[in-house]
Design a protein around this ligand. Structure first.
Ligand SMILES: [Zn+2]
Length: 257
């Protein structure tokens, strides 16, 4: 139940459930039972108006989940993509607003009080583990942020000696040092190489299992052509783009008074 005195926002939220997301109720978002109006008597014995949205009580919040397995992250990403494909941007997509079933197999995205209509500008498929595209190439901020946050893309930069370096241009310790040299005059080269090596080892430990799919860092990627490189390196892994845009007209049901 969402209780709110901001009537306009409640109506907007109810509208999204009834129109854009009607076909997602019970699979991607909780079932929507209605927008209700009523009165209550407050502590000062005055009658006050109240409105609330009632949705299905479902699952538990992910806010307390410490480790989120990759399969579950994919399930959440697919739910977020369905919502965007339906023409809605959540605007507050965090763990508190994601519900999970007891067996971890299903999720629902909830709390649409900040959400709004959205003409998704996503310009490319969302492909698991692919090199992280630039926001400009990708075209949708919320999904881009989400994919980065959940580690579903492979970041293409590493932090070394005070700044970020492209892993493609600094895929060996020697290259990394060469690119960073202007930042660290005077430090012994051996020490700097050891640091670069440690950074690369940590990166490989975290992302190395993905290289067979996306090519190792340093595979030829032309600067400034991210979209083209992305397409060329399209990995043979699970695609999240099997979701079709679903803008079919939906029935609007009456809001309960
Ligand atoms: Zn979008």
């Amino acid at each position: 139940m969402v209780l709110n005195e901001d009537s306009d926002r409640l109506e907007d939220e109810a509208g999204l459930y009834c129109k854009q997301m009607q076909h997602l109720q019970g699979t991607t978002v909780p079932k929507f039972y209605g927008l209700f109006s009523g009165t209550y008597i407050n502590m000062s014995r005055k009658t006050r108006a109240v409105r609330c949205i009632i949705t299905e009580e479902w699952g538990t919040s992910m806010a307390t989940v410490k480790h989120i397995p990759m399969e579950l992250r994919i399930t959440i990403a697919e739910a977020a993509l369905r919502i965007h494909a339906a023409g809605v941007q959540h605007n507050d997509l965090r763990l508190t607003n994601i519900l999970i079933s007891s067996d971890n197999s299903e999720v629902r995205i909830t709390d649409f009080d900040n959400a709004g209509e959205h003409d998704c500008g996503r310009a490319m498929p969302v492909i698991l583990y692919s090199w992280e595209p630039t926001l400009a190439d990708f075209g949708c901020q919320e999904i881009h942020d989400f994919m980065c946050y959940f580690g579903l893309w492979t970041p293409d930069d590493v932090f070394y000696l005070h700044r970020w370096h492209s892993i493609h241009l600094s895929s060996t310790a020697e290259e990394m040092l060469e690119n960073a040299k202007p930042d660290v005059p005077g430090e012994p080269e051996e020490q700097l190489l050891a640091k670069a090596d440690a950074v690369l080892k940590q990166y490989t430990k975290r992302y190395g299992a993905r290289f067979p799919f996306i090519g190792p860092p340093g595979s030829p990627i032309e600067e400034g052509t991210d979209a083209a490189s992305f397409a060329r390196l399209e990995p043979k892994v699970i695609g999240l783009d099997r979701l079709e845009k679903c803008r079919k007209p939906v029935k609007t049901h009456e809001l309960a008074a």
